[in-house]
Design a binder for this molecule. Structure first.
Ligand code: PMV
Length: 313
């Protein structure tokens, strides 16, 4: 039996949309940070058939079976099945990137359970991508780049790079999202008149975020983050039918954060396929962010440091 832990990968600049002719190959590059305070732990043993449990519930979907097929091919062991038990320290499928940490931990623990080497991180990243695009990033810790069209993500700075950085995750609901990211991305690509503009503008933001990280410049990073998530949502709002993940509490949080910034506090939000708000800030301002948004949250906000890579435990 093998056991792995992985952290969610929060995109500062977003992956949204796939290119055709591959499995989860991104149309846009993304830049992400790993969240230490949130984790998925997954235990895998080799078995006669496939089974995936998430937080105690059967989750052996077609997607899970296809992922196990990919693991078998990767390992050159077509004869085995996998029993996997996964648990998240945070709400599942609610826009807190549980699929990123989930498939990264599942990839690592499955390959180890099949008795195959796990040190080739780019190969593991490409395998995790078959489960969920963002999982390719969760294989690495620290700050991660996943280029447009790339099979695997890559680390750009490790988790020690920016010791003062904090991410405050503010869950506005613990309910699962009404539309999955796979479906919502496809809809945006197929129906939003803004989709091509989004894709064409993305490289600029990927560059800008990398420069901001290298300079540890939170204002510069924050502005690139804001442009990225709002442009991504523009493709959702203009999809047919539209995808609207935001709740009134999400919008209220955006206004409160704007007020905090006007008071000189560096606190820059991003959002994903869900109503949750994630705020990038500095250690000295994390309490101010929690105080400003705490009453809007469905469960207490979580303050995280930058996390490390997926690992066997
Ligand atoms: O890879 P998925 O299906 O979890 O999609 C991720 C999409 C976003 O979270 C909205 C953006 C991102 O880059 O993580």
């Amino acid at each position: 039996m093998s056991r792995a832990v992985a952290h969610p990968s929060l995109a500062l600049v977003k992956y949204w949309g796939k290119v055709s002719g591959g499995v989860n190959l991104p149309a846009t590059g993304s830049v992400a940070v790993s969240l230490e305070a949130l984790a998925t732990e997954t235990e895998v043993s080799v078995a006669a058939s496939d089974r995936l449990e998430i937080n105690g519930d059967d989750a052996t979907t077609d997607a899970a079976r296809r992922f196990f097929d990919a693991v078998r091919t990767f390992c050159g062991r077509e004869e085995i099945g996998f029993h996997a038990r996964s648990s998240n320290s945070f709400p599942t499928g609610a826009g807190l990137a549980s699929s990123a940490s989930g498939y990264a931990a599942l990839a690592l623990a499955s390959v180890a359970a099949a008795d195959r080497p796990v040190h080739n991180r780019p190969a593991l990243s490409a395998l995790a991508r078959a489960g969920s695009g963002s999982a390719s990033r969760s294989v690495f810790g620290g700050f991660v780049l996943w280029r447009a069209g790339a099979e695997a993500a890559q680390q750009i700075h490790d988790e020690q790079w920016w010791p003062d950085l904090r991410i405050v995750a503010v869950p506005m609901t613990t309910a699962a999202k009404p539309v999955g990211s796979r479906e919502a991305m496809q809809r945006a690509r197929g129906t939003s008149p803004y989709y091509n503009t989004w894709v064409n503008d993305a490289p600029r933001l990927v560059e800008e975020a990398q420069r901001a990280l290298t300079a540890r410049d939170i204002e510069r990073l924050g502005r690139a983050m804001q442009q990225s998530y709002l442009a991504m949502f523009a493709t959702m709002f203009t999809s047919r039918p539209p995808v609207i993940y935001w709740l009134p509490s999400s919008v209220e949080a955006l206004h409160r954060l704007d007020a905090l910034r006007r008071d000189g506090i560096a606190a820059w939000e991003t959002m994903d396929a869900g109503p949750q708000i994630k705020v990038v800030t500095l250690a000295s301002s994390a309490d101010a962010v929690v105080d400003a948004l705490g009453d809007l949250a469905a469960v207490p906000p979580i303050v995280s440091r930058v996390g490390g890579p997926a690992r066997l435990v």
